[in-house]
Design a protein around this ligand. Structure first.
Ligand code: ARG
Length: 462
C-alpha cells in the first residue's frame, strides 16, 4: 500500500514512507514529553515574529491562543498523537492548523525543527537540573537530621572495609552531605552553561528574516542567544553534562546504598530500615530485605549507560544536525527519571531509618580500632618516634590477638612487657569515646567538630 506524502514536507514526494521507515523515523512515542517545552518555544517564537513585523499581530494572537488549546488537549489526554506526523513538533503544528487554519502555517517562518528541538530539549534538561537540585537538598536535610541525632555516637570507621579508627555516626552522615553538595554544584554549573538559546539558528545557517533572538532568549529564561548557528543546532553538550553530573550523583547514591545494605545485615545491625523501605521474602519468613537500597545501588547502570550511549551517538557527527541526534532523548529521559526516583527513595530511607547506637558502639571497640590512639600516646607521652611507636603498638596488638582480647583488656603488665615505659594512663586513650573526642582537627570526627559542620550546613541549607 502506498501512503500519501507528508503534508508538512511532502511537496517533492509522490509517495509516503514505508511502514518500517516510519517506525525507525518517528520519535513521537517518546518526544511527546517535550510538548510543554515545544509549545513554550513556539509561543515565544510567534510573539517575536509579530514584534518584528514578520507576521501580523492577529496571526500571532491566533497562534498563541491555539497553542494553549493544543497544550490543554495534551495535558488532558485528548490529543490525537500521530506516528505519521513523526515528532512532537509536527504533531503540534498539524493540530494547530486544524484549530486555527492557515495562520498556523506562518509559525514555522524563520525556524527549523533543528533549532526547535534544540530549544525544547534544552529547556527540558534545564528543568531536570532544577529538580535534581531540589531532590538533593531534601536528601541533605534527611542526612543532617541523622547527623544531629547521632553527632557523638561512636561507630567503626573503615578502610578496606576493615576496622580502622572509631568515628562518629554524625561524621559519617555529614560525609554524604558534602558529596551531595558537590553534586548540586555540578548540576548548577551545567545549568549555567546550558542556559543559552539556540532558537533562531534555524536549520543551521541563521535566517534572512529580521528576527530578534534576544527577545526569544529572554522570553524562555535564557541568559543569551547562542552565538554560532551551526553550534546551536548541533550541540548536545548540555545533555551530556547533565548525564555526567547524574552519573557521578548516582555513583554516590550507589556507594551509600551499598553501605545501607551492609549496615542493615544481621552481621552488622548498624541500622534498621523502616517497614516502609523493606520487603519480605515469599519463602523465608525472617527476611527483611533492603530492596530499595539495592535498586538505588543498581540505578547507576542505566544512568551511566545513558551517558556512554549519548557520547557514542555524538562522537564523529559532522556539523550540523544529523538524525542520529534524535537518539539523545529516550536515554536522557530514562536517566533523569531513574535519578529522581533514586534520590526520592534514598531521602525516604534515610529519613526513616534508625541507627542502632549500641551495635555501633560495640563494633567501634572491636578490631583494635584504637591502635592509632595508642601509637599517638607513645609518641606524645614517651617521646618515641612514630615509626617505633607503630612497631610497639603492633606488638601489643599481637599480644591481644594471642590472648583473644581487645587492646583495653590487656593488663599493664602485658603492656610493660612490650615497652617498660608504658603507664596506666595509657588506658584513657584506648576507649572509643576518648578516641573520637580527641580528633578535633578541622574536618575531624570529634563530636565538637561534627557539630560545627552541622551548624554550618544548617545555615547553608536554610
Ligand atoms: N525529531 C527530531 C529530533 O528529535 C527533530 C528534528 C528533526 N530535524 C530534521 N532535520 N529532520 O531530532
Amino acid at each position: 500500500m502506498t501512503k500519501t506524502a507528508n503534508t508538512m514536507w511532502g511537496g517533492r514526494f509522490a509517495a509516503g514512507p514505508d511502514a518500517i521507515m516510519e517506525a525507525i523515523n518517528a520519535s513521537i512515542g517518546f518526544d511527546r514529553r517535550l510538548a510543554p517545552q515545544d509549545i513554550a518555544g513556539s509561543r515565544a517564537h510567534a510573539a517575536m515574529l509579530a514584534a518584528t513585523g514578520i507576521i501580523s499581530d492577529s496571526d500571532a494572537k491566533a497562534i498563541g491562543e491555539g497553542l494553549l488549546t493544543v497544550l490543554s488537549e495534551i495535558e488532558t489526554g485528548k490529543f490525537p498523537f500521530s506516528t505519521a506526523l513523526e515528532d512532537i513538533h509536527m504533531n503540534v503544528e498539524a493540530r494547530l492548523r486544524d484549530l486555527i487554519g492557515d495562520a498556523a502555517g506562518r509559525l514555522h517562518t524563520a525556524r527549523s525543527r533543528n533549532d526547535q528541538v534544540a530549544v525544547d530539549f534544552r529547556l527540558w534538561v534545564r528543568d531536570q537540573c532544577d529538580h535534581a537540585d531540589q531532590a538533593l537538598a531534601a536528601l541533605q536535610h534527611a542526612l543532617l537530621g541523622q547527623a544531629e541525632a547521632g553527632a557523638d555516637w561512636v561507630m567503626p570507621g573503615f578502610t578496606h572495609l576493615q576496622v580502622a579508627q572509631p568515628v562518629t555516626w554524625g561524621h559519617h552522615m555529614m560525609a554524604y552531605v558534602e558529596m551531595f553538595a558537590r553534586d548540586r554544584s555540578r548540576f548548577a554549573d551545567a545549568r549555567a552553561r546550558m542556559n543559552a538559546s539556540p532558537l533562531g539558528a534555524a536549520a543551521l545557517a541563521g535566517t534572512s528574516f529580521p528576527i530578534d533572538r534576544e527577545m526569544t532568549a529572554q522570553a524562555l529564561g535564557f541568559d543569551r542567544p547562542m552565538a554560532n548557528s551551526l553550534d546551536a543546532v548541533s550541540d548536545r553538550d548540555f545533555a551530556l553534562e547533565f548525564l555526567a553530573a547524574s552519573s557521578i550523583c548516582a555513583m554516590h547514591l550507589s556507594r551509600m546504598a551499598e553501605e545501607l545494605v551492609i549496615w542493615s545485615s544481621a552481621q552488622f545491625r548498624f541500622v534498621k530500615m523502616s517497614d516502609k523501605w523493606s520487603t519480605g521474602s515469599s519463602i523465608m519468613p525472617q527476611k527483611r530485605n533492603p530492596d530499595a537500597a539495592e535498586l538505588i545501588r543498581a540505578k547507576i547502570g542505566r544512568i551511566f549507560g545513558a551517558n556512554v550511549a549519548l557520547m557514542t551517538v555524538m562522537k564523529g557527527l559532522p556539523l550540523a544536525y544529523s538524525k542520529d541526534m534524535q537518539e539523545d532523548k529516550e536515554q536522557t529521559f530514562d536517566a533523569a527519571d531513574s535519578l529522581m526516583l533514586a534520590l526520592a527513595a534514598m531521602t525516604g530511607m534515610v529519613g526513616d531509618m534508625t541507627a542502632n547506637r549500641d551495635s555501633l558502639k560495640i563494633a567501634a571497640a572491636t578490631g583494635f580500632s584504637t591502635a592509632t590512639d595508642l601509637a599517638d600516646w607513645l609518641v606524645r607521652e614517651l617521646g618515641l618516634p612514630f615509626r617505633e611507636a607503630h612497631h610497639v603498638t603492633g606488638s601489643l596488638v599481637a599480644v591481644a590477638e594471642g590472648k583473644g582480647c581487645d587492646l583495653p583488656d590487656l593488663t599493664l603488665d602485658d603492656m610493660q612487657a612490650v615497652h617498660a615505659g608504658i603507664r596506666t594512663d595509657v588506658f584513657d586513650v584506648l576507649g572509643v569515646e576518648n578516641s573520637v573526642a580527641s580528633r578535633t582537627s578541622f574536618g575531624g570526627t570529634a563530636p565538637a567538630q561534627v557539630r560545627v559542620q552541622i551548624a554550618a550546613w544548617r545555615e547553608v541549607l536554610k
